[in-house]
Structures are given as C-alpha cells and as structure tokens.
Ligand binder design. Structure first.
Ligand SMILES: [Zn+2]
Ligand SMILES: [Zn+2]
Length: 136
C-alpha cells in the first residue's frame, strides 16, 4: 500500500500500487499550468483501490478533446493530487509526486509530447504520443 498526501498534511490518501492501471507523463498545457512545471506524472487507479482522507476542492475544465477534467486539490495548501475524468468513470489519476514513496513506479507512456517545453524534453526511453493516449 502506498501512502501520499498534500504539502500541509490535511489531505491524505492510500492507494494499492498492485492495482495501478498505467502511469503517464503528461505535457499538456493544462498540466503544465497546474503543476507549474513542464509536465505532470500521473498514475491511474480504479477508485476502489484508493482511499482518500480529508476534504479536497475540485476545479473542472474541458480537455482539448472535450473531456470533462476535474482536478482535486487541497483547499489549504493548494497541492494538486487527484484528477477525475467524467469520460473515464470509476478511475482516478493520482499525481506521482504526492506519494510518500513511489520507487515502485515505472512510467508507461508520454502524452502530449507535442507540447513539451524545450527545457523538459520527453525521455526518449519512454514511448510517446503527440496528444492524448488512444482510447479503445
Ligand atoms: Zn494541504
Ligand atoms: Zn495533461
């Protein structure tokens, strides 16, 4: 079981790393804005494998493909932890950097490589797609 949480500690979670579906680097502009960096690294879990303790606020926006993206963050310290996408029901994406320990993690795919900044180019060792991952 992996524990994680926000910077101030008000929002905590645990997730079962065995249940992780996939892990992605995302260089989309929205992820760059919310992280303040060149990418977000997120791990997708079934919601049943994640337990959240504490309250979080949600900011909803439209993805470039029209998906409804709801980002959960701590209302006290502002840390971004969770993303729920209406079009991917029953799943939650957790930002890998909020995990207390993520040594078990391997990243499967780079998304939105087309908008990666020149100062944070995608890792050539990881498969990449120019925009969203294919859905099927
Ligand atoms: Zn916090
Ligand atoms: Zn993104």
């Amino acid at each position: 079981m992996t524990e994680g949480g926000c910077l101030c500690g008000a929002l905590r979670y645990n997730c079962d790393e065995v249940a992780a579906v996939t892990a992605l680097h995302c260089h989309c502009k929205d992820c760059q804005r919310v992280t303040g960096s060149g990418k977000a690294t997120v791990v997708m879990f079934p919601e049943s494998a994640v337990s959240i303790r504490g309250d979080y606020k949600t900011f909803s926006s439209l993805g470039t493909d029209g998906s409804h993206v709801n980002r959960g963050f701590c209302g006290n310290c502002g840390s971004q932890l969770f993303t729920f996408v209406d079009e991917i029901p029953g799943h939650v994406f957790i930002k890998a950097g909020t995990m207390d320990s993520s040594a078990w993690l391997t990243v499967d795919l780079t998304c939105w490589a087309s908008s990666a900044p020149d100062w944070l180019t995608p890792d050539p060792a990881i498969p990449a797609v120019p925009q969203n991952p294919p859905t099927n």
